[in-house]
Ligand binder design. Sequence first.
Ligand SMILES: *Cc1c(COP(=O)(O)O)cnc(C)c1O
Length: 459
Amino acid sequence: MNKITNHLPTAELQALDAAHHMHPFTTNAELAAKGARVITRANGVWLTDSDGNKILDGMAGLWCVNLGYGRTELADVAAAQMRELPYYNTFFQTTHVPAIALAERIAELAPGDLNHVFFAAGGSEANDTNIRLVRAYWAAQGKPSKQTIIARRNAYHGSSMGSMSLGGMSGMHAQGGIIPGVVHIDQPNWWAEGGDMTPDEFGIERARQLATAIDEIGEDNVAAFIAEPIQGAGGVIVPPDSYWPEVKRILAERDILFIADEVICGFGRTGSWFGSQTLDLAPDIMTIAKGLSSGYQPIGGSVVSDRVASGIADTEFNHGYTYSGHPVASAVALENLRILDDEGIVARVGSSTAPYLAQGWHSLGDHPLVGETKICGMMASLALTPDASTRAAYSSPGAAGMIVRERCFANGLVMRAVGERMIISPPLVITEGEIDILIARARTALDEGLAEITRQGLT
Ligand SMILES: *Cc1c(COP(=O)(O)O)cnc(C)c1O
């Protein structure tokens, strides 16, 4: 038996955690002094911590538990697959049934001619695949100069060296730099960066930066443009309505590939199977992970068009991961997709729960702390501001967000803060009653946050 159990007192678990476990995106000394929150079990949209508190998970883990927690069917499928074939690889002219079945199902769900899947263990790996794939594709077309990838500031595409370079997080770039051949353009965040422009004017301006960048670098040197349909970790930035149609027009006039990073938007998050469907995009490649398995197993991949797949079919692509198409992860993902479909969960998000959440979310817009409220399907954000009429930012960046996040936890709600944006992305199975609880707790947290912000004199 494992030595560590859920039955140790919280303080002991925290001490062991602090002694040996390095946390991602964390100042570990600060966390060690405070003690990490220990989550012991979960069911539906509810987490339980080691002190027995019940917390509504407004983030679906890290945007991934689309199906909600506690689905024993997925555990059963994993156990059965481990008994039958726990592991085999897909290198060296070999395959296995779970990878075959999952690739077929993804091809069926994916829009257009996105009929081919290259598997990875998560989104970062899949985006690293994409960097190598698009470059190898153009080389195979006799255009080896097409190497540069255009991405966006404040985008999140993962944390490995390649995917982090695609991402536009300055704090990540500052620690060790980025790989060559990535160029960033500005994000369509009207609230923070729109100045005096209307949202639609601003959307066009930001889209046209893509055209300018391609023209400056030279179309012959550009391999691809990568973007999340809705920026997630950057703060759920829902672009102005004018943005995507203009980007689409620009891409249609130029011969570069478009990679839609659907790691968050995929598998129902925006109310259809993929964000590319909700926003009417036509990607050549989609990055998938997270909701693919609802987080029950680590799996991701690149969904590739007929054109790109056939363009590289006669070349040996010297790339792959030990766990590409892992049989247990594939079987669990397949079962997750079956349930999302059979129980009408994706359809229900589009037709009823997302509109219901939108009503509640927009109702927070009258709170004195809140500037804009934005939502697409089951991902939403609101901007905290000292003055909504001027879209002002706080003078100490991030402090207000941290205060409100803390008040959310204190009121049994996981809501994340990205600078001054509060964001949610709940499990897709959340009910209307649970949405009411989420909104009520968010409002209480905003009230208490406002009191604390006023007390600290933040402006
Ligand atoms: C989380 C995320 C990734 C990275 O996925 P990992 O599984 O953490 O490697 C990539 N792209 C987007 C849009 C993400 O949200």
